[in-house]
Design a protein around this ligand. Sequence first.
Ligand code: SAH
Length: 396
Amino acid sequence: MPEVKLKSGRDKSIRRKHPWIFSGAIDSVRDIKSNGETVEVISADGKLLGYGSFSNHSQISVRMLSFDPDNKPDESFFKRKVEDAIKFRKNIIDQYSTNAYRLINAESDNLPGIIVDKYSDFLVCQFLSAGAEYWKNIVVNSLIELLNPSGIYERSDVDVREKEGLPKTNGILFGKHPDALIEITENNNIFLVDIINGHKTGFYLDQRDNRKTISDYVKDKNVLNCFSYTGAFSVYALKSGAKKVVNLDSSEDSLNIAGKNLTANGFTINNQFENVCDDVFKYLRKLRDTNQQYDLIILDPPKFAESVNQIEKASRGYKDINLLAMKLLTQNGILFTFSCSGHITTELFNKIISDAALDSGRNVKFTKFLTQSVDHTITANFPESLYLKGLICNVD
Ligand code: SAH
């Protein structure tokens, strides 16, 4: 079997079951024939530490599949991992009120680089690493056998594939072609999801728990939903008694679906909601200059920091919108603010919001700390799995 030997002292993170081996930790490689192939991982003193997928191109040269020398990955290994991931979701997601959630969360489910999201009876996959691509057919067959979906659609049209030496790709892997909009239910709310052209695999499933949390804060409030995408927070807000909600997004297509989602849940445009297509940075300034206020503001921007080099610029972006939002809030206003940039740590995010609070001149209390929904598992051995951070602030 192909083999990767580590440099002396570079096995520490593997012994702590961290799944990544960076190229700098590798002493030598032997017999590797193809990108994504499974290798034995050997310590400097010759001990077999486990098995991983080798990537020829990535800085992350090996992604560990098994830390057990007696558990060598084969077809049945992958089926068992898929089965485990499905079982875990059955326990943590209420299957009656919600039929869309993440089934497989890559490294956190011991399936590096593999994302599978369920949208009703459709599955949407991303294969993000060379190892994931290598085992793709086995994983797809396991999903068919275990779940019998109507269709499986691939959305591997993401930049990280290029770092792995893989072309971007999307299309049907199994079953029927998805409808232009698939209807799902989330906590008994109806949403329409464009799995072919939508962001990520179509919907921000990672915000499900936070959308539910907002229900406790919105009664009789005027809500501004910044970076609204398809209006998911807005549906929850109106369902829980918000007076009016404004969806603000720079994408006309997303706002069109937002309109459909709000209508599907029984709300009417102008009466209960409005769609504003504009840049959040600019629109918040317009609101400031015309003295407009809101009782509750949501800031759920896209990833501002795609890499370590962008942390500083991203921090300025987060501070800017948070400072503006704090100033626009009525007395005792509520701010729901998020960062989904993995490179922005929880400490840094809290610091940015604290700096914005200071500059705003308002009295700001952090009343709750938020993170990604439970199906986007955060595992103890893989701190990188925590990427979504959120704060609920009371702004006096
Ligand atoms: N809160 C949403 C997800 C937000 S995703 C949910 O729960 O579903 C981020 C959104 O920000 C995308 O819809 C994108 O179109 C929008 N966006 C990105 N940059 C923007 C900008 N500068 N101004 C307005 N919207 C922007």
